[in-house]
Design a protein around this ligand. Structure first.
Ligand SMILES: Cc1cc2nc3c(=O)[nH]c(=O)nc-3n(C[C@H](O)[C@H](O)[C@H](O)COP(=O)(O)OP(=O)(O)OC[C@H]3O[C@@H](n4cnc5c(N)ncnc54)[C@H](O)[C@@H]3O)c2cc1C
Length: 359
Protein backbone atom coordinates (compact mmCIF):
# COMPACT_ATOMS: atom_id res chain seq x y z
CA UNK A 1 0.00 0.00 0.00
CA UNK A 2 1.31 3.47 -0.92
CA UNK A 3 1.00 6.47 1.36
CA UNK A 4 -0.17 9.58 -0.48
CA UNK A 5 0.13 12.91 1.30
CA UNK A 6 -2.15 15.65 0.00
CA UNK A 7 -0.96 19.11 1.07
CA UNK A 8 -4.10 21.24 1.17
CA UNK A 9 -7.73 20.20 1.60
CA UNK A 10 -9.28 22.71 -0.78
CA UNK A 11 -11.11 22.15 -4.06
CA UNK A 12 -8.31 20.35 -5.91
CA UNK A 13 -6.87 18.41 -2.96
CA UNK A 14 -10.26 17.09 -1.83
CA UNK A 15 -11.09 15.80 -5.32
CA UNK A 16 -7.73 14.00 -5.62
CA UNK A 17 -7.94 12.60 -2.06
CA UNK A 18 -11.56 11.50 -2.56
CA UNK A 19 -10.81 9.48 -5.69
CA UNK A 20 -7.61 7.89 -4.39
CA UNK A 21 -9.19 6.99 -1.05
CA UNK A 22 -11.80 4.84 -2.83
CA UNK A 23 -9.01 2.42 -3.77
CA UNK A 24 -7.54 -0.07 -1.27
CA UNK A 25 -4.09 0.58 -2.75
CA UNK A 26 -3.60 3.94 -1.07
CA UNK A 27 -3.41 5.29 2.44
CA UNK A 28 -4.35 8.98 2.03
CA UNK A 29 -3.43 11.75 4.46
CA UNK A 30 -4.58 15.38 4.07
CA UNK A 31 -2.47 18.02 5.82
CA UNK A 32 -3.99 21.51 5.98
CA UNK A 33 -2.72 24.66 7.68
CA UNK A 34 -6.27 25.88 8.40
CA UNK A 35 -8.58 24.64 11.14
CA UNK A 36 -11.30 23.85 8.56
CA UNK A 37 -11.05 22.46 5.04
CA UNK A 38 -12.36 24.01 1.82
CA UNK A 39 -12.69 27.57 3.07
CA UNK A 40 -12.36 29.01 -0.44
CA UNK A 41 -14.98 26.63 -1.80
CA UNK A 42 -17.35 27.95 0.87
CA UNK A 43 -16.58 31.57 -0.06
CA UNK A 44 -16.90 30.96 -3.78
CA UNK A 45 -19.57 32.63 -5.87
CA UNK A 46 -20.83 34.65 -2.87
CA UNK A 47 -21.64 31.39 -1.08
CA UNK A 48 -23.36 29.89 -4.15
CA UNK A 49 -20.20 28.37 -5.69
CA UNK A 50 -19.99 28.88 -9.43
CA UNK A 51 -18.58 25.43 -10.23
CA UNK A 52 -17.86 25.78 -13.92
CA UNK A 53 -18.82 27.37 -17.22
CA UNK A 54 -20.44 26.07 -20.37
CA UNK A 55 -18.89 26.05 -22.88
CA UNK A 56 -15.42 26.06 -21.34
CA UNK A 57 -12.79 27.56 -23.64
CA UNK A 58 -9.08 28.20 -23.13
CA UNK A 59 -9.26 31.90 -24.08
CA UNK A 60 -10.50 32.44 -20.51
CA UNK A 61 -7.29 31.02 -19.01
CA UNK A 62 -3.77 32.48 -18.87
CA UNK A 63 -2.45 29.52 -20.85
CA UNK A 64 -3.31 27.24 -23.73
CA UNK A 65 -0.61 24.73 -22.77
CA UNK A 66 -1.63 21.42 -24.46
CA UNK A 67 -1.75 19.38 -21.23
CA UNK A 68 -3.76 22.03 -19.35
CA UNK A 69 -6.13 22.27 -22.34
CA UNK A 70 -6.63 18.49 -22.32
CA UNK A 71 -7.27 18.47 -18.55
CA UNK A 72 -9.74 21.37 -18.74
CA UNK A 73 -11.59 19.99 -21.77
CA UNK A 74 -11.81 16.35 -20.66
CA UNK A 75 -13.24 17.06 -17.21
CA UNK A 76 -17.01 16.77 -17.03
CA UNK A 77 -18.05 18.70 -13.93
CA UNK A 78 -21.71 17.63 -14.17
CA UNK A 79 -20.79 13.93 -14.43
CA UNK A 80 -18.23 14.24 -11.62
CA UNK A 81 -20.78 15.67 -9.18
CA UNK A 82 -23.47 13.26 -10.39
CA UNK A 83 -21.14 10.36 -9.51
CA UNK A 84 -20.92 11.94 -6.06
CA UNK A 85 -24.75 12.25 -5.88
CA UNK A 86 -24.84 16.05 -6.18
CA UNK A 87 -27.04 17.73 -8.79
CA UNK A 88 -26.13 20.97 -10.56
CA UNK A 89 -28.19 23.74 -12.14
CA UNK A 90 -27.48 26.18 -14.96
CA UNK A 91 -27.85 29.94 -14.78
CA UNK A 92 -27.29 30.83 -18.47
CA UNK A 93 -23.70 29.70 -19.07
CA UNK A 94 -22.78 29.40 -15.38
CA UNK A 95 -22.97 26.07 -13.51
CA UNK A 96 -23.92 26.01 -9.82
CA UNK A 97 -24.90 23.32 -7.32
CA UNK A 98 -28.68 22.77 -7.54
CA UNK A 99 -28.91 23.91 -3.90
CA UNK A 100 -27.16 27.19 -4.82
CA UNK A 101 -25.15 26.62 -1.66
CA UNK A 102 -21.39 26.17 -1.52
CA UNK A 103 -21.86 24.15 1.67
CA UNK A 104 -23.45 21.39 -0.45
CA UNK A 105 -20.27 21.31 -2.57
CA UNK A 106 -18.00 21.17 0.46
CA UNK A 107 -20.08 18.37 2.05
CA UNK A 108 -20.11 16.43 -1.23
CA UNK A 109 -16.33 16.62 -1.54
CA UNK A 110 -15.88 15.58 2.10
CA UNK A 111 -18.30 12.69 1.85
CA UNK A 112 -16.19 11.17 -0.95
CA UNK A 113 -13.25 10.73 1.46
CA UNK A 114 -12.96 7.09 2.61
CA UNK A 115 -10.76 6.43 5.66
CA UNK A 116 -8.65 9.53 4.99
CA UNK A 117 -6.59 10.94 7.88
CA UNK A 118 -7.25 14.66 8.04
CA UNK A 119 -4.75 16.73 10.02
CA UNK A 120 -5.79 20.38 10.39
CA UNK A 121 -3.80 23.34 11.79
CA UNK A 122 -0.87 21.59 10.18
CA UNK A 123 1.41 23.84 8.12
CA UNK A 124 3.79 22.13 5.75
CA UNK A 125 7.01 24.13 5.55
CA UNK A 126 9.50 21.79 3.90
CA UNK A 127 9.63 18.64 1.80
CA UNK A 128 12.78 16.52 1.69
CA UNK A 129 13.46 13.67 -0.71
CA UNK A 130 14.89 10.52 0.87
CA UNK A 131 13.72 6.94 0.31
CA UNK A 132 10.26 8.38 0.80
CA UNK A 133 9.30 12.06 0.86
CA UNK A 134 9.65 13.63 4.31
CA UNK A 135 6.98 16.28 4.78
CA UNK A 136 7.96 18.62 7.61
CA UNK A 137 5.14 20.36 9.46
CA UNK A 138 4.53 22.25 12.71
CA UNK A 139 3.05 18.95 13.96
CA UNK A 140 6.06 16.80 13.10
CA UNK A 141 7.20 14.87 10.03
CA UNK A 142 4.95 12.80 7.78
CA UNK A 143 6.32 10.23 5.34
CA UNK A 144 4.77 9.69 1.94
CA UNK A 145 5.55 7.66 -1.18
CA UNK A 146 3.86 10.37 -3.18
CA UNK A 147 2.98 13.97 -2.34
CA UNK A 148 0.27 16.05 -4.03
CA UNK A 149 0.79 19.79 -3.63
CA UNK A 150 -2.72 21.31 -3.60
CA UNK A 151 -1.91 24.31 -1.43
CA UNK A 152 -3.59 26.97 -3.58
CA UNK A 153 -2.52 30.61 -3.69
CA UNK A 154 -2.45 33.53 -1.22
CA UNK A 155 -5.45 35.19 -2.96
CA UNK A 156 -7.95 36.38 -0.32
CA UNK A 157 -5.62 34.91 2.34
CA UNK A 158 -8.31 32.27 3.05
CA UNK A 159 -5.76 29.60 2.11
CA UNK A 160 -2.89 31.15 4.04
CA UNK A 161 -0.02 33.10 2.54
CA UNK A 162 2.86 30.58 2.57
CA UNK A 163 1.41 28.31 -0.07
CA UNK A 164 4.59 27.23 -1.86
CA UNK A 165 7.25 27.95 0.79
CA UNK A 166 7.59 24.17 1.23
CA UNK A 167 9.24 23.97 -2.21
CA UNK A 168 11.89 26.61 -1.45
CA UNK A 169 14.78 24.09 -1.44
CA UNK A 170 13.74 22.60 -4.79
CA UNK A 171 15.52 23.79 -7.90
CA UNK A 172 12.34 24.51 -9.84
CA UNK A 173 10.90 27.66 -11.41
CA UNK A 174 8.10 29.23 -9.39
CA UNK A 175 6.38 32.29 -10.85
CA UNK A 176 5.78 34.75 -7.98
CA UNK A 177 2.11 35.04 -7.02
CA UNK A 178 0.38 38.26 -8.13
CA UNK A 179 -3.25 39.08 -7.35
CA UNK A 180 -5.89 38.69 -10.07
CA UNK A 181 -9.69 39.05 -10.20
CA UNK A 182 -9.52 41.94 -7.80
CA UNK A 183 -10.99 45.42 -7.39
CA UNK A 184 -8.82 48.34 -8.58
CA UNK A 185 -7.71 51.51 -6.82
CA UNK A 186 -8.15 54.24 -9.41
CA UNK A 187 -8.02 58.04 -9.76
CA UNK A 188 -10.12 60.12 -9.79
CA UNK A 189 -12.46 58.77 -7.12
CA UNK A 190 -16.06 60.02 -7.15
CA UNK A 191 -16.92 59.44 -3.51
CA UNK A 192 -20.55 60.44 -3.90
CA UNK A 193 -20.97 57.56 -6.38
CA UNK A 194 -19.97 54.99 -3.74
CA UNK A 195 -22.22 51.93 -4.02
CA UNK A 196 -23.66 52.88 -7.43
CA UNK A 197 -23.71 50.28 -10.21
CA UNK A 198 -23.85 51.23 -13.88
CA UNK A 199 -23.97 48.96 -16.93
CA UNK A 200 -21.17 49.96 -19.25
CA UNK A 201 -18.41 48.93 -21.61
CA UNK A 202 -15.04 49.00 -19.82
CA UNK A 203 -11.81 49.14 -21.83
CA UNK A 204 -8.31 48.73 -20.47
CA UNK A 205 -5.41 50.58 -22.12
CA UNK A 206 -1.68 50.66 -21.51
CA UNK A 207 0.31 53.46 -23.16
CA UNK A 208 -2.74 54.13 -25.37
CA UNK A 209 -2.78 50.50 -26.57
CA UNK A 210 -6.04 48.67 -26.01
CA UNK A 211 -5.42 45.56 -23.92
CA UNK A 212 -8.96 44.26 -23.33
CA UNK A 213 -12.61 45.30 -23.36
CA UNK A 214 -15.47 43.88 -21.30
CA UNK A 215 -19.16 44.72 -21.04
CA UNK A 216 -20.98 44.48 -17.75
CA UNK A 217 -21.66 46.24 -14.51
CA UNK A 218 -19.18 48.56 -12.85
CA UNK A 219 -19.48 49.33 -9.14
CA UNK A 220 -18.13 52.65 -7.89
CA UNK A 221 -16.39 52.51 -4.52
CA UNK A 222 -14.62 55.01 -2.27
CA UNK A 223 -11.20 53.74 -3.40
CA UNK A 224 -11.89 53.14 -7.09
CA UNK A 225 -13.74 50.61 -9.23
CA UNK A 226 -15.22 47.16 -8.65
CA UNK A 227 -17.81 44.93 -10.34
CA UNK A 228 -17.40 41.84 -12.50
CA UNK A 229 -16.09 43.68 -15.57
CA UNK A 230 -13.40 45.46 -13.52
CA UNK A 231 -12.38 42.14 -11.89
CA UNK A 232 -12.01 40.64 -15.38
CA UNK A 233 -9.81 43.52 -16.55
CA UNK A 234 -7.71 43.28 -13.39
CA UNK A 235 -6.20 40.04 -14.72
CA UNK A 236 -3.86 42.10 -16.95
CA UNK A 237 -2.81 44.80 -14.47
CA UNK A 238 0.24 43.02 -13.00
CA UNK A 239 2.10 43.24 -16.35
CA UNK A 240 1.12 46.78 -17.41
CA UNK A 241 3.12 49.98 -16.88
CA UNK A 242 0.47 52.71 -17.19
CA UNK A 243 -2.96 51.08 -17.05
CA UNK A 244 -5.97 53.30 -17.71
CA UNK A 245 -9.63 52.23 -17.73
CA UNK A 246 -12.14 53.96 -20.01
CA UNK A 247 -15.84 53.53 -19.24
CA UNK A 248 -18.52 54.03 -21.85
CA UNK A 249 -21.70 54.56 -19.79
CA UNK A 250 -23.88 54.57 -22.91
CA UNK A 251 -22.44 51.61 -24.84
CA UNK A 252 -25.44 50.93 -27.10
CA UNK A 253 -25.88 54.53 -28.35
CA UNK A 254 -24.03 57.66 -29.41
CA UNK A 255 -24.40 61.09 -27.86
CA UNK A 256 -27.11 62.13 -30.35
CA UNK A 257 -29.47 60.22 -28.00
CA UNK A 258 -29.23 63.23 -25.68
CA UNK A 259 -31.36 65.21 -28.14
CA UNK A 260 -34.33 63.10 -27.01
CA UNK A 261 -33.40 62.19 -23.43
CA UNK A 262 -31.92 63.98 -20.45
CA UNK A 263 -29.14 62.60 -18.22
CA UNK A 264 -31.62 62.31 -15.32
CA UNK A 265 -33.71 60.02 -17.52
CA UNK A 266 -30.80 57.66 -18.18
CA UNK A 267 -29.10 57.13 -14.82
CA UNK A 268 -29.81 56.79 -11.11
CA UNK A 269 -30.33 60.19 -9.50
CA UNK A 270 -26.94 60.13 -7.70
CA UNK A 271 -25.08 59.15 -10.87
CA UNK A 272 -26.88 61.76 -12.97
CA UNK A 273 -26.06 64.48 -10.41
CA UNK A 274 -22.31 63.76 -10.56
CA UNK A 275 -22.32 63.55 -14.36
CA UNK A 276 -24.03 66.93 -14.63
CA UNK A 277 -22.06 68.69 -11.85
CA UNK A 278 -18.68 67.49 -13.08
CA UNK A 279 -19.63 67.64 -16.76
CA UNK A 280 -18.42 64.07 -17.27
CA UNK A 281 -18.14 62.53 -20.73
CA UNK A 282 -20.49 59.55 -20.43
CA UNK A 283 -18.98 57.96 -23.57
CA UNK A 284 -15.46 58.11 -22.17
CA UNK A 285 -14.93 58.35 -18.45
CA UNK A 286 -11.28 57.59 -17.78
CA UNK A 287 -9.55 56.34 -14.64
CA UNK A 288 -5.84 55.90 -13.99
CA UNK A 289 -5.21 52.56 -12.27
CA UNK A 290 -2.96 53.14 -9.26
CA UNK A 291 -2.87 49.54 -8.00
CA UNK A 292 -4.95 46.51 -7.20
CA UNK A 293 -7.02 46.62 -4.04
CA UNK A 294 -4.64 44.02 -2.58
CA UNK A 295 -4.10 40.30 -2.15
CA UNK A 296 -6.66 40.15 0.66
CA UNK A 297 -9.41 41.05 -1.80
CA UNK A 298 -8.25 38.95 -4.77
CA UNK A 299 -10.14 35.82 -5.83
CA UNK A 300 -7.20 34.12 -7.52
CA UNK A 301 -3.53 34.65 -8.34
CA UNK A 302 -1.30 34.59 -11.34
CA UNK A 303 1.80 32.53 -10.71
CA UNK A 304 2.68 29.29 -9.00
CA UNK A 305 4.76 26.33 -10.12
CA UNK A 306 5.80 26.91 -13.73
CA UNK A 307 4.22 24.60 -16.30
CA UNK A 308 7.76 23.97 -17.63
CA UNK A 309 8.43 21.95 -14.48
CA UNK A 310 5.67 19.35 -14.86
CA UNK A 311 5.36 16.19 -16.93
CA UNK A 312 2.19 14.82 -18.51
CA UNK A 313 1.07 13.47 -15.10
CA UNK A 314 1.34 16.93 -13.44
CA UNK A 315 4.39 15.51 -11.68
CA UNK A 316 7.54 17.55 -11.10
CA UNK A 317 10.00 16.35 -13.76
CA UNK A 318 12.95 16.73 -11.40
CA UNK A 319 11.17 15.19 -8.39
CA UNK A 320 9.09 12.19 -9.48
CA UNK A 321 6.42 11.40 -6.93
CA UNK A 322 5.58 15.07 -6.28
CA UNK A 323 2.49 16.32 -8.13
CA UNK A 324 1.11 19.87 -8.34
CA UNK A 325 -2.58 20.75 -8.91
CA UNK A 326 -5.06 23.62 -8.69
CA UNK A 327 -3.94 27.18 -8.09
CA UNK A 328 -0.52 26.01 -6.86
CA UNK A 329 0.21 25.62 -10.57
CA UNK A 330 0.66 28.66 -12.80
CA UNK A 331 -2.88 28.41 -14.17
CA UNK A 332 -5.59 31.01 -13.59
CA UNK A 333 -8.83 31.91 -15.29
CA UNK A 334 -11.57 34.51 -15.56
CA UNK A 335 -14.56 34.94 -13.28
CA UNK A 336 -17.33 32.52 -14.22
CA UNK A 337 -16.33 29.13 -12.81
CA UNK A 338 -13.04 28.70 -14.69
CA UNK A 339 -10.87 28.49 -11.57
CA UNK A 340 -12.89 25.89 -9.68
CA UNK A 341 -13.25 23.93 -12.93
CA UNK A 342 -9.46 23.71 -13.20
CA UNK A 343 -9.06 22.88 -9.50
CA UNK A 344 -11.53 19.95 -9.76
CA UNK A 345 -10.21 18.85 -13.17
CA UNK A 346 -6.55 18.78 -12.11
CA UNK A 347 -7.45 16.95 -8.87
CA UNK A 348 -9.27 14.26 -10.82
CA UNK A 349 -6.52 14.03 -13.44
CA UNK A 350 -3.74 13.54 -10.91
CA UNK A 351 -5.70 10.84 -9.08
CA UNK A 352 -6.18 9.00 -12.38
CA UNK A 353 -2.46 9.47 -13.21
CA UNK A 354 -1.43 7.98 -9.85
CA UNK A 355 -3.85 5.10 -10.38
CA UNK A 356 -2.10 4.64 -13.74
CA UNK A 357 -5.28 5.19 -15.72
CA UNK A 358 -3.30 7.73 -17.78
CA UNK A 359 -0.28 6.40 -19.68
C1 LIG B 1 -14.10 35.13 -2.46
C2 LIG B 1 -13.80 34.14 -3.55
C3 LIG B 1 -14.80 33.77 -4.45
C4 LIG B 1 -14.51 32.86 -5.47
N1 LIG B 1 -15.51 32.47 -6.31
C5 LIG B 1 -15.25 31.56 -7.28
C6 LIG B 1 -16.31 31.05 -8.10
O1 LIG B 1 -17.50 31.32 -7.87
N2 LIG B 1 -15.96 30.20 -9.12
C7 LIG B 1 -14.66 29.81 -9.35
O2 LIG B 1 -14.41 29.04 -10.29
N3 LIG B 1 -13.66 30.22 -8.54
C8 LIG B 1 -13.92 31.07 -7.51
N4 LIG B 1 -12.91 31.46 -6.68
C9 LIG B 1 -11.56 30.85 -6.86
C10 LIG B 1 -11.55 29.40 -6.34
O3 LIG B 1 -12.15 29.35 -5.07
C11 LIG B 1 -10.10 28.89 -6.25
O4 LIG B 1 -9.47 29.07 -7.50
C12 LIG B 1 -10.05 27.42 -5.86
O5 LIG B 1 -10.66 27.21 -4.61
C13 LIG B 1 -8.59 26.95 -5.80
O6 LIG B 1 -8.58 25.60 -5.36
P1 LIG B 1 -7.20 24.97 -4.85
O7 LIG B 1 -7.50 23.58 -4.44
O8 LIG B 1 -6.13 25.21 -5.82
O9 LIG B 1 -6.81 25.85 -3.57
P2 LIG B 1 -7.64 26.13 -2.23
O10 LIG B 1 -9.06 25.76 -2.39
O11 LIG B 1 -7.28 27.50 -1.83
O12 LIG B 1 -7.02 25.08 -1.20
C14 LIG B 1 -5.68 25.19 -0.73
C15 LIG B 1 -5.61 24.57 0.64
O13 LIG B 1 -4.23 24.42 1.00
C16 LIG B 1 -4.05 24.82 2.36
N5 LIG B 1 -2.65 25.25 2.51
C17 LIG B 1 -2.05 26.34 1.95
N6 LIG B 1 -0.73 26.38 2.29
C18 LIG B 1 -0.51 25.29 3.09
C19 LIG B 1 0.65 24.80 3.75
N7 LIG B 1 1.84 25.39 3.67
N8 LIG B 1 0.52 23.66 4.50
C20 LIG B 1 -0.70 23.02 4.60
N9 LIG B 1 -1.83 23.47 3.99
C21 LIG B 1 -1.72 24.57 3.22
C22 LIG B 1 -5.08 25.92 2.55
O14 LIG B 1 -5.42 26.09 3.92
C23 LIG B 1 -6.25 25.42 1.71
O15 LIG B 1 -7.16 24.64 2.46
C24 LIG B 1 -13.17 32.34 -5.62
C25 LIG B 1 -12.19 32.70 -4.71
C26 LIG B 1 -12.49 33.58 -3.68
C27 LIG B 1 -11.41 33.92 -2.70
Amino acid sequence: METIIVVGGGASGLVAAGILSQSDNYDVIILDQASKLARKVLASGNGRCNLSHTPITMDHYNTNHPLITKIVKEFDVVEFFKKNKMMVRYDHELIYPYSLSSLTVKNTLLSALKDVSIITDCTVYQIIKNNQYEVKTNQGTYYGDKVIIASGSPASELSGVHNLDMLKDFSIKIIPFKESLVQLETKPVYKSLKGQRVKCKASLYDHNKKIDEVSGEVLFTDYGLSGICIMQLSRHIYRLKQPVIHLDLLPEYDLSLLKDYQIEGLYHEKVAKVIIEKQLNIKDLSFKVEKSHGMKHAQVCHGGVSLDEIDHHLQLKKYPGIYVIGEALDVDGDCGGYNLHFAFASGEYVARAIKEEIC
